[in-house]
Design a protein. Structure first.
Length: 215
């Protein structure tokens, strides 16, 4: 008979990680559906397809960037939870790896016409103006995600949920404001505005770790 030892500490960590994953898995698709419905109503199905295509392209390189952050940053932050180590790890990532990710985003922008034709077809040429805003927002997202991994490393569900909920609400609000003003480009503008807000929120939540030199 295989004995199973119950660990309250392990169970608490598993619950926290599950809660983090479930909140993101529920809220992000929900808001995406709400925004897509507004795009279809106000701009049309073709524009909604362009935005979905842009999100698909974005997901490819964001998955790569997030995986890289997970492999490089998360193990380091999990082993040493001091604020000074956090600052050192983040700074080293920004100096050594982030420039290469930035070059990759620039390459995506330069190749946008080829990407559209290769992954989609000529009907998706309306995606072209979306690349600029999406890539700017994604760069800010990558910069901020590196910081936000501190919540996962510390199993800090409270600050993680605050940041995620603010981000989701921010994107929805900006989308509703900018869509009527700038049509489909308003959605990707909202993406940029949202991650600026998200970055500010993350910095505020991590102000002790980022600015307290005594720890």
């Amino acid at each position: 008979m295989i004995g199973i030892q119950w660990s309250q500490e392990t169970a608490k960590k598993l619950f926290s990680y599950s809660a983090m994953a479930l909140v993101s898995a529920f809220l992000l698709p929900l808001v995406a559906i709400l925004v897509r419905n507004q795009v279809r109503t106000q701009v049309g199905d073709a524009a909604a397809g362009w935005w979905e295509g842009m999100i698909r392209v974005s997901n490819y390189y964001i998955l790569f960037a997030t995986s890289l952050i997970s492999m490089y940053v998360l193990p380091k932050l999990s082993k040493n939870k001091s604020s000074s180590h956090f600052r050192t790890t983040i700074s080293h990532f920004y100096k050594t790896i982030l420039p290469f990710l930035l070059l990759g985003l620039i390459a995506v922008y330069i190749s946008r016409d080829y990407i559209i034709l290769y992954l989609f077809n000529a009907d998706f040429e309306g995606m072209e103006p979306l690349f600029k805003w999406q890539l700017i927002g994604d760069f800010i997202k990558i910069v901020t995600t590196v910081l936000a991994f501190q919540f996962i490393a510390r199993n800090d569900i409270k600050r993680y949920l605050v940041a995620e909920i603010v981000s989701v609400l921010s994107f929805y609000i900006f989308s509703m404001i900018l869509l009527p003003l700038y049509s489909i480009e308003g959605i990707v503008m909202a993406h940029v505005a949202n991650y600026i807000v998200y970055f500010i929120v993350i910095v505020i939540l991590l102000k002790k770790e980022l600015f307290n030199s005594a720890s």
